[in-house]
Design a protein around this ligand. Structure first.
Ligand SMILES: NC(=O)c1ccc[n+]([C@@H]2O[C@H](COP(=O)([O-])OP(=O)(O)OC[C@H]3O[C@@H](n4cnc5c(N)ncnc54)[C@H](OP(=O)(O)O)[C@@H]3O)[C@@H](O)[C@H]2O)c1
Length: 301
């Protein structure tokens, strides 16, 4: 590799990793690790299949490369999958985080751990970086445990908490509320969407830009990332249909109680974006602007 900065992204094929790839500055190279083989036609990034639960594979990776920064985003991140597969999720997130953070400490690489709004109970929004976590589901508990582990292993690491993200994901990866809805409406399917879960949704491109700023500035401590507008999921669905010219009549508002088998969601985890703006200099974009950018990219493709 050249004299550029080398950045490791764990979980690089996820929505966050894609946002980082697409906003990558010219003076950086990315090494992206993920669990499954995935053919990337649109990628100028070095992709490697590597299981972060495998301590010796992680050690070998850190012996082979010297990373200027490590963005640790890998792990099982589906709230409902975690509820139904708790032991597997614990191993993926906790063991993986232990392996990555201990190699960062050994090699002195700057570490950003990607946490979540799921560490909050959603009862006293807006949440800033000093707010007290109190998760309401297993996923949130695991993310909080990982934060604590990071704080113990590398006290000056950065913990970034993105809120609900949307954007174009790699085709092989799980959908997000916007791509899920587009798929459904394009095929004429009716959907029920909850109107009692609120966030200020974050465009994955903006998430990428903010993380690149953090890599440049190397802050320690916590930073919340979110978009400009607080919306419930039903409002997000209506706006998505409008921007993409799809049938809003197919969308019905329902309450979370309609989905008793799903993991409980915190009702309103919307974030304060003061620190994101003041420390990183990143101004949150409106959801309409993010969706319009997605729509434009779809048309170009
Ligand atoms: N998406 C959101 O709305 C959101 C909101 C708040 C916080 N976050 C956090 O942001 C981070 C990234 O989320 P995302 O939505 O981009 O994730 P995602 O789309 O679910 O992707 C997860 C990534 O982790 C990889 N991975 C899973 N287990 C692994 C293992 N054992 N070894 C190596 N790689 C592994 C996956 O690889 P394969 O695809 O090959 O399996 C994939 O690249 C997560 O930490 C999540 O908790 C996400």
């Amino acid at each position: 590799m050249s004299s550029k900065k080398v950045i490791l992204i764990t979980g690089g094929t996820g929505l966050l990793g894609k946002g980082m790839e697409e906003t990558m500055p010219e003076n950086c190279d990315i090494i992206s690790i993920h669990l499954h083989p995935c053919k990337m036609n649109d990628s100028n990034v070095k992709h490697l299949v590597l299981d972060i639960r495998d301590k010796s594979a992680v050690e070998q990776l850190f012996i082979k490369y010297r990373f200027d920064a490590v963005i640790h985003a890998a792990g099982i991140a589906s709230v409902d999958y975690v509820k139904n597969n708790y032991a597997e999720s614990l191993e993926s997130n906790i063991v993986g985080t232990l392996n990555i953070s201990s190699m960062c400490r050994k090699g002195g690489a700057y570490l950003i751990y990607i946490s979540s709004n799921a560490v909050f109970d959603g009862l006293s929004a807006p949440y800033d970086e000093t707010s007290k976590p109190n998760p309401v589901n297993e996923y949130g508990e695991i993310k909080l445990e990982c934060e604590r582990l990071i704080e113990k292993t590398i006290p000056d690491a950065c913990i970034i908490r993105p809120i609900l993200m949307y954007g174009w994901n790699h085709l092989a990866c799980r959908t997000n509320p916007v791509t899920w809805l587009i798929e459904k409406l394009k095929t004429g399917q009716k959907v029920n969407v909850v109107d009692d879960v609120w966030e200020n949704p974050l465009y994955n491109q903006q998430c990428g830009e903010a993380i690149w700023k953090a890599i440049e500035m190397r802050p320690g401590g916590k930073v919340h990332l979110a978009g400009a507008d607080v919306l419930n999921r039903f409002q997000l669905a209506l706006l998505t249909a409008e921007v993409f010219g799809l049938d809003r009549g197919l969308i019905t508002a329902v309450k979370s109680t309609c989905f008793p088998d799903l993991a409980p969601r915190p009702p309103n985890t919307s974030f304060s974006t003061h620190k994101m703006q003041e420390l990183l200099g990143v101004k949150p974009v409106s959801v309409r602007a993010g969706l319009e950018d997605m729509h434009m990219r779809e048309v170009i493709v």
